[in-house]
Design a protein around this ligand. Structure first.
Ligand SMILES: [Zn+2]
Length: 288
């Protein structure tokens, strides 16, 4: 079943209207199969863009496209990745952590409910302004960093400079120039700009509180919904292959139909089939 979601930031259409309502379809076997065949060093942002271009059906009244996904604030994409995780694997998140206390280093399991993860809604504006008060940059205008910017910054010599220069709209009313201009800004100005970007960007919580059951140390650990989604898909590759094999071998359904199923549908048939096979195995064992 498709899910309706309200994006924490939203996409701004050509008329300047913000669209926050999206329709997301669940992951299907075909998406999983596609993920398994990607070259190993494809950047996380590139994979997420393509996956969302496959799964986001609509943004407002528009049919979603890859170009539209590239224009979504990075926080909206984290949010959509978390929704895909919950639609595919349910609300429970299980993480294995290592205690950061050097004297302890115990391994621990951390479970939490993904539906309770705080989402900071900050509806996107086309333009933001920040006073830097520098002689050659008194005031800058910028837009929010998009997932397309994150993708473009990947592999840049200085990813932060690449990202900032893409988001700057003007400096004191003039076109901001290239990456050299951002690279030449004093460190405090870049820090102020980064802090402002963080303050106005939509986001989902990116760290989780934990406490070590062995030594009692309390700490926070990073949480990345996109990495969580991909890790959970990748570590089930054997299970996926086994399910697809079992269904095609016994039901003789065409592969396209099996790959059109969600994980939940697939699992349902696999369980039924497994019960039948176990029963048949038990009967033949009884006959021996
Ligand atoms: Zn510990």
């Amino acid at each position: 079943m498709n899910a309706l979601c309200t994006l924490p930031g939203g996409w701004i259409d050509r008329k300047g209207v913000r669209q926050r309502e999206g329709v997301l379809r669940p992951l299907r076997g075909g998406d999983e199969e596609w993920l398994y065949t990607l070259p190993p060093h494809t950047s996380q942002a590139s994979v997420l863009i393509t996956l969302l271009a496959r799964c986001v059906r609509h943004l407002g009244p528009y049919r979603a496209s890859r170009a539209m996904i590239r224009m979504l604030p990075a926080g909206d994409c984290d949010y959509l990745a978390l929704r895909l995780y919950r639609m595919t694997f349910g609300d429970k998140v299980e993480m294995v952590l290592v205690c950061p206390n050097p004297a302890c280093g115990a391994k621990m399991d951390l479970d939490f409910d993904a539906s309770l993860l705080p989402v900071e809604e900050r509806p996107q504006l086309p333009r933001y302004t920040l006073r830097l008060g520098l002689p050659n940059a008194a005031e800058v205008s910028f837009r929010l960093p998009r997932i397309g910017d994150v993708e473009a910054a990947n592999g840049a010599r200085d990813p932060e400079v690449r990202l900032l220069s893409r988001c700057l709209l003007d400096i004191d009313g003039k076109a901001p120039g290239g990456e050299e201009v951002v690279a030449a800004l004093p460190a405090e100005a870049r820090e102020a700009l980064n802090a402002e970007l963080e303050r106005v960007s939509p986001r989902i919580e990116d760290s989780i509180e934990a406490s070590c059951p062995e030594c009692g140390r309390e700490f926070r650990t990073a949480f990345d919904s996109t990495a969580l989604l991909f890790a959970n898909i990748y570590r089930r590759r054997r299970e996926f292959n086994h399910a697809v094999h079992l269904l095609s071998f016994h039901y003789h359904w065409p592969l396209s139909e099996i790959l059109g199923m969600t994980r939940e549908q697939r699992q349902r048939y696999v369980r039924l089939l497994q019960d039948e096979l176990d029963l048949a195995a038990g009967m033949s064992a009884g006959l021996d």
